[in-house]
Design a protein around this ligand. Structure first.
Ligand SMILES: [Fe+2]
Length: 352
């Protein structure tokens, strides 16, 4: 098999690795699965060499039932599971470029606990290029992270009828600004948002998904309102007259797992380069996680399912990211986003 890698790709990947402060004396490993994203693997290896780092690739066979399946929203079990020699090799390096998708897996937790910094890269090249991270994005995401970290209560309201409260402080805040130069820290290129998780049993209220909000796993915009009733940290009812509510109910029921109804991470988007309308225009949706939707500027990202990425114990395979527009988000009674508009000067992107 011949793998052709464009100059464009190598130079963009090199710029990304420069943000990750890769240089001489460091070791980069590309982690891949089967034959997917071999062009990315080669481009990262070449870019790492150009920067004077030592680079190698770990490729694991696609593992049948344990195939990484983040594109379908089923998460947690990966083709790296149980491959002890591969895991041990990866624990020795400075940075792992994850092209297979270890998010929500035990293997990812083990690697970061060993001090390895990790970067997930699975989106199509055009998405990587358009949403390329900047140091300014990092500054704004970290500012927002500090604000969220200091808060004890988060409340979301909207004209559509959302009114939900989260008790905070039990779980850490996770920032995602699209690169990582910190040992043991995970990030995802591209990103531009932050999240945390409500305290156990302390999320209560109603979320109304409105037309234009996104059901990421379906790559679909909500057409008719869906009302989610949340009690004691979990969804107890999914109501709505349209096909959207029915699809959402049917999808969650298919996992046959009560933990799929748990409210998961909560946060907001800060990436002004991400387009809300992207799903309507893209011709590559089947190959995307949907980072435009997760990160677009001023969204409130509500989600259901697992919470292992913030240290929780819910490892259900059903994960639903549900970015919403036009919400007001308050921390300890003080609005920081109003109807989708960023109120804090420190979080505002240039020109917004
Ligand atoms: Fe998520």
């Amino acid at each position: 098999m011949t793998i052709s890698v464009g100059v464009d790709m190598v130079s963009l990947f090199r710029a990304e690795l420069e943000l990750c402060k890769l240089g001489p004396g460091q070791v980069l490993a590309v982690l891949s699965e089967g034959s997917i994203r071999m062009d990315y693997a080669q481009a990262f290896l070449l870019a790492a060499q150009e920067l004077g780092a030592v680079a190698f690739q770990v490729n694991v066979p696609t593992g049948g039932a344990y195939r990484s399946d983040h594109l379908s929203g089923k998460v947690g079990k990966t083709a790296l599971a149980g491959n002890r020699p591969a895991i041990e090799a990866l624990k020795q390096v400075d940075i792992v470029i994850d092209l297979m998708g270890l998010l929500f897996s035990q293997e990812q937790l083990e690697l970061t606990a060993a001090g390895v910094r990790m970067l997930l890269v699975v989106e199509p090249f055009g998405v990587l290029k358009q949403m390329f991270p900047t140091e300014d994005q990092r500054r704004r995401v970290e500012f927002a992270g500090e604000l969220l970290h200091r808060s004890k209560e988060l409340r979301i309201t909207s004209a559509g009828g959302t009114d939900i409260r989260y008790g905070l402080s039990q779980y850490p805040v996770l920032t995602e600004y699209g690169y990582t130069d910190t040992p043991g820290r995970w990030d995802h290129w591209p990103s531009g948002f932050l999240l945390t998780q409500g305290n156990d049993h302390s999320v209560e209220g109603t979320v109304v998904l409105m037309p234009g909000d996104i059901i990421t796993v379906f790559r679909r915009y909500v057409q008719l309102p869906i009302r989610l009733t949340v009690k004691d940290g979990a969804v107890t009812a999914i109501d709505g007259d349209g096909i959207d509510a029915e699809l959402l109910r049917s999808y969650i029921e298919s996992f046959d797992d009560p933990r799929a109804y748990s409210v998961a991470h909560i946060g907001w988007g800060l990436n002004e380069k991400a387009d809300w309308h992207h799903n309507a225009a893209s011709r590559e949706l089947d190959a995307e996680i949907g980072m435009h939707g997760l990160a677009f500027y001023g969204n409130v990202l509500f989600s259901l399912g697992p919470n292992t990425e913030v240290g929780g114990t819910n490892d259900t395979a059903c994960h639903l990211d549900l970015p919403m527009r036009h919400c007001t988000l308050s921390l300890d009674g003080r609005p920081v986003i109003e109807n989708g508009r960023m109120l804090c000067k420190e979080m505002q992107a240039p020109g917004r």
